[in-house]
Design a protein around this ligand. Sequence first.
Ligand code: AGP
Length: 607
Amino acid sequence: MCGIVGYVGSRPALPILVEGLRRLEYRGYDSAGVALVDETGVSVTKTAGRFHVLEQLLDANAAHTHGIGHTRWATHGAPTNINAHPHTDCSGRIAVIHNGIIENDRALRTYLEQQGVSFRSETDTEVLAQLIGKFYEGDLEQAVRRALRDVSGTYGIAVVCSDEPDVIVAARKGSPLIIGVGKGEHILASDAAAILAHTTQVVYVDDGEMAHITPDTLRLTTLDAIPVPQKVEEVEWSLEQIELAGYEHFMLKEIFEQPDALENCLRGRIDLRAGTVHLGGLEERSRELIRTKRIILTACGTAWHAALVGEYLFEELVRVPTETEYASEFRYRNPIIDDGTVVIAVSQSGETTDTQAALREAKQRGALVLGVVNVVGSTIARETDIGVYLHVGPEIGVASTKAFTGQVAVLALIACYLGRRKHMSPAAATQFITALSKIPEQMRGLLNVAAEAKEVAEKYVERNNWLYLGRGYDYPVALEGALKLKEISYIHAEGLPAAEMKHGPIALITEGMPVVCIATAGSQYEKILSNVSEVRSRGGSIVAIATEGDDKIGLLADHVLYVPDTLESLQPLLTVIPLQLIAYHAAVLRGCNVDKPRNLAKSVTVE
Ligand code: AGP
């Protein structure tokens, strides 16, 4: 996933592009570049490496009032100077930046080479730039439109041309684009983070749409040149929500934000007195939803772990068969979608390609599709039939933390919403939402476990293999804890249903191997204790996540991090926090880039 920024107006473009790209660097950061445009030509500066490498090459006094900029997460061609964006056509008049994948780039490259075009880079984006250049006859919008007719794949692009020095042409298919509306200026970007310092008034570009942008005009059309009505909307996030606010890393900030984020997520959605849940985004199709005979949850990565908690919640509270599918598998597996099937797509960014494709597959097979998404106005949010936003605020750190707890909380709300309209008694629903409403305050107290989590990280940071064990609702949390450690500290870790140890993985246990066991009070507590004993008898070092007041676990574990007691079905909202903190501190101790881990991007908008 890459970061795109464009500016056209009356102010110097470069400071706006630089500040915008810096805020988008979390989206992709192996190379970066800008193109500044005026009637004399297009001036491109680009380089491999982090954004600060580019900044040193830029002319801070550039007076251009029109330009585009890009931070890259490589998909075609290594992260090199030549492969960095922007890419120009052979005339040098046209520059393009691109987020996505042109799937027929080889065929187009061959065709253009046969027309005499010589390529400088390995990228699919240069193919697009050359194709636009080939069709350019004095109308940039028309040339882009004609070129995109030959293209298959995904794109979010911005195109400039020195013959039309106050125009940006943008187009979107599968990769997000948003346009900030200012006074006598427009700012194009991949997401609101690059725009918020200038305006909160935005227009979303939808898939299949193009935008013709000048300082004073904004025109949306389809690829077939049919005008599209545009709606100016207010972005609900503030700039400070994007800033670090004194924390060393966005990830740490977002771990500590979870109590407030969860309060925002629950606000206005639970009625303790009536024992009901209000979810306005479901009302339109609630009767159909209530009659569902089968629920399929689909997602990727951390969102998939949250979805797995949702599976347990739906089967317990709604009593409807529920399964959780990796989106990448679901989309190609020829899934069975029968009458009464509801598919729930879970995604923080709302832009994950596999999850988008899975929901489209489900829709065309007749499912009612529900979105559980954080980013308002994102593709998945707009393509699902109904949905519930997380409202946990922007998540900047690549490793998902508050989005996980937000996703679990929203799935808990939906499960209670449906359960209450099916089998749940008012008393049971009141008990559930009362417990849920207490979680944010319980989280606040729990965050004091940070010091103990740091001690665990310090003790085992040199160990290269960890295990995470959990049962029932804590099994998905074991998976999530392992993923957190892997993706930011690069330590290998595996999450398992605790009982699965004896079917093979117990062979891995060596002296002192860190094994994190989620052993909270609940229906399987005695069982997990025996798993802990099995590990201990083979020399493993036990890091237990246990319920406050448990005086047995300390006899077996080398370390115990206590969490407050709550309903078994809500434990994931609390047990995940020590695991997030352990992973965070291990990454810091290993000198890893916590917010921008190697090889990763915040949202995976490629297959
Ligand atoms: C989790 O820490 C990772 N960032 C990754 O697994 C992420 O959860 C996954 O790519 C799904 O992203 P989404 O929620 O934006 O769809």
